[in-house]
Write a protein that binds this ligand. Structure first.
Ligand SMILES: NC(=O)c1ccc[n+]([C@@H]2O[C@H](COP(=O)([O-])OP(=O)(O)OC[C@H]3O[C@@H](n4cnc5c(N)ncnc54)[C@H](OP(=O)(O)O)[C@@H]3O)[C@@H](O)[C@H]2O)c1
Length: 220
């Protein structure tokens, strides 16, 4: 049994992976910014703590005693391009202080590489409303793949553009290796519930650090 701290635990991905981990018999520390602002109660099996993921000290406090962390934070609005790198660095500092060895991050489809040499956020099909997050995810992926100065083992799991909050849990998923032409991922889909299984597996069964493209079991 592992203990996993989930940042963004009150959000859709955060709730889905909390449920997945708990149902698999793991312990979850559900880190939220403000319990009074939660739309629905959190799973009573989780230990709830308050933490702002931009505050490394509160990250360290939340993560104390945990084996792994999941970053399921979504920064809304018109964020600066480097904002997710800043967030990642703050989480990493906190995890280092708490001696947590593993970080799994929910990625963004904007970071996908197209054979044209562009990223998906640069493609006309990329939704304008989420453009700042698409750019920020591409920058974060590049930052992670460029090599990290710390010893943390990490995974950045990229959902397809069709990432459905209310989609069914089939109970399985596919993990595809990254490449220079990742167009195939644009035609895939995954429910939040199945993606959460990949997050949970990656947190408690760590493999080598890197990027993986995660889809539903049909590959479509
Ligand atoms: N197809 C795609 O590529 C795709 C589609 C959707 C999402 N995504 C990515 O998936 C990830 C998770 O998205 P989601 O849909 O699960 O988001 P969500 O439902 O909006 O939840 C986001 C959570 O992040 C929390 N949060 C925001 N700022 C925080 C901070 N400074 N510290 C701690 N928590 C903070 C929010 O808490 P508060 O309530 O306190 O604000 C909220 O609970 C994001 O990285 C997003 O970009 C990718």
């Amino acid at each position: 049994m592992s203990t996993v701290v989930v940042f963004g635990a009150g959000g859709r991905s955060g709730r889905a992976c909390t449920l997945e981990l708990l149902d698999a018999g793991h312990q979850v520390v559900a880190a939220v910014r403000d319990t009074s602002r939660l739309s629905d109660p959190l799973d009573p099996r989780a230990s709830v703590v308050t933490a702002d993921a931009f505050d490394a000290e509160s990250v360290a406090e939340a993560a104390g005693g945990c084996d792994a962390a999941i970053n399921a934070v979504r920064l809304p609005g018109s964020i600066r391009a480097d904002r997710l790198v800043t967030l990642d660095s703050s989480i990493r500092r906190g995890l280092a202080d708490a001696q947590v060895a593993r970080l799994v991050t929910v990625g963004g489809a904007g970071a996908l590489h197209l054979s044209s040499g562009e990223r998906f956020w640069q493609h006309p099909l990329f939704p304008v409303t989420t453009l700042p997050r698409g750019i920020a995810h591409a920058l974060l992926r590049d930052h992670l793949e460029s090599g990290q100065p710390d010893n943390l083992s990490w995974s950045y799991l990229v959902p397809p553009p069709l990432f459905t909050p209310d989609g069914a849990r089939t109970g399985s998923y596919l993990s595809h290796p990254p490449g220079v032409a990742e167009e195939e991922h644009l035609d895939r889909s995954v429910s939040y519930a199945d993606f959460a299984i990949a997050l949970s597996d990656s947190a408690v069964r760590p493999g080598p650090s890197g990027v993986a493209l995660v889809s539903g079991p049909s590959g479509r």
